[in-house]
Design a protein around this ligand. Structure first.
Ligand code: ADP
Ligand code: MG
Length: 290
């Protein structure tokens, strides 16, 4: 297409909520067989609120939250933001925190009063053979809540459940992709039960959960096998390698800089439904060219 056509289609794309960074992958959008969605911040708003505090015996609710609050002030993960919001709402005084370390895809750890405080995923609990009340955990996870565990020198202090909200437009985009015969996949670092709850609510065909950040791009590679064209849509730093691996990488507009810089197309209104506009516009421009 000549420059006039390009600028015209660019302004149409802008009206449809799309910022096109790489035109060639965008123009192949209509060929996509599979769309892989990140969960937190993509299909959901990524805005967690604390719903349940489940302290171990001899620990108060306030102490459980205060420990988590203190170390999570060091992180900007959506879970951290939810816990910090709750700590502030309850006007808790955070402990001094030293030697903060991020355990990518598993949680974080830091020193408080000479003791090691960790806030970690159910997966990290299992791989370290630390036991917890599985019944209470199941009950929370089955409601779609994300649960994290608070440890002091590897002794469980309790669990904290958080809930996120599924975006209204996620229901529509999944339905329309399914209707068009495009396979929908959800890939998340969150627990399998939570992932199943969200995936089933949305009608997603394939759910891949408990994925560590470095595994995301390998999963996309696997999904490309057999010549399948794969689009990946995400918002996080941990999604960037998978966005690069996909035939078409799409970032949520409010996502992290790394995700946006890696993506071929940015959804400027952060509305996952706008990926349908990629399919439709690229099809229309393909028809014009042939
Ligand atoms: P997602 O794919 O949902 O973005 P991540 O890979 O960022 O997930 O995180 C995977 C899991 O690791 C989370 O569900 C949580 O259990 C744990 N986790 C990550 N960051 C934190 C944090 N700051 N505090 C507590 N837990 C965390
Ligand atoms: Mg995310």
């Amino acid at each position: 297409a000549g420059p006039l056509v390009t600028s015209r289609s660019t302004s149409i794309a802008a009206k449809k909520g799309l910022l096109i960074r790489n035109r060639t992958p965008f123009e192949s959008g209509w060929k996509v067989d599979r769309v892989v969605f990140d969960k937190t911040g993509t299909l959901t708003e990524g805005n967690f609120g604390v719903t349940d505090l489940h302290p171990s015996s001899n620990v108060s609710e306030e102490e459980l939250l205060k420990l988590a609050y203190s170390v999570e002030t060091q992180s900007d993960h959506p879970i951290a933001k939810g816990i910090v919001k709750e700590g502030k709402a309850r006007k808790l005084d955070a402990y001094d925190v030293k030697n903060y370390k991020n355990l990518t895809g598993k949680g974080l750890v830091a020193e408080v009063n000479g003791e090691e405080i960790a806030v970690v995923s159910p997966g990290a609990m299992s791989s370290n053979n630390i036991s917890y009340d599985e019944k209470a955990f199941d009950q929370l996870a089955q409601q779609g809540k994300t649960v994290v565990f608070v440890l002091k020198d590897n002794v469980l202090q309790g669990m904290i459940a958080l809930a996120d909200i599924i975006r209204e437009s996620s229901y529509q985009v999944i339905k329309e992709l399914n209707d068009r015969g495009i396979e929908t996949v959800m890939m998340t670092g969150d627990n399998t039960r939570v992932a199943n709850y969200v995936g089933e609510a949305l009608g997603i065909s394939k759910i891949i959960a408990e994925v560590l950040p470095h595994e995301k791009s390998n999963n996309v590679k696997d999904l490309k096998q057999g010549g399948k064209k794969v689009a990946m849509i995400g918002d996080g730093i941990n999604d960037a390698p998978a966005l690069a691996e996909a035939d078409l990488g799409i970032a949520i507009g409010t996502g992290t800089d790394v995700a946006i810089e890696t993506a071929d197309v940015v959804l400027v209104n952060s509305n996952p439904k706008d990926i349908l506009n990629i399919v439709k516009l690229s099809k229309a421009s393909h028809r014009k060219m042939v």
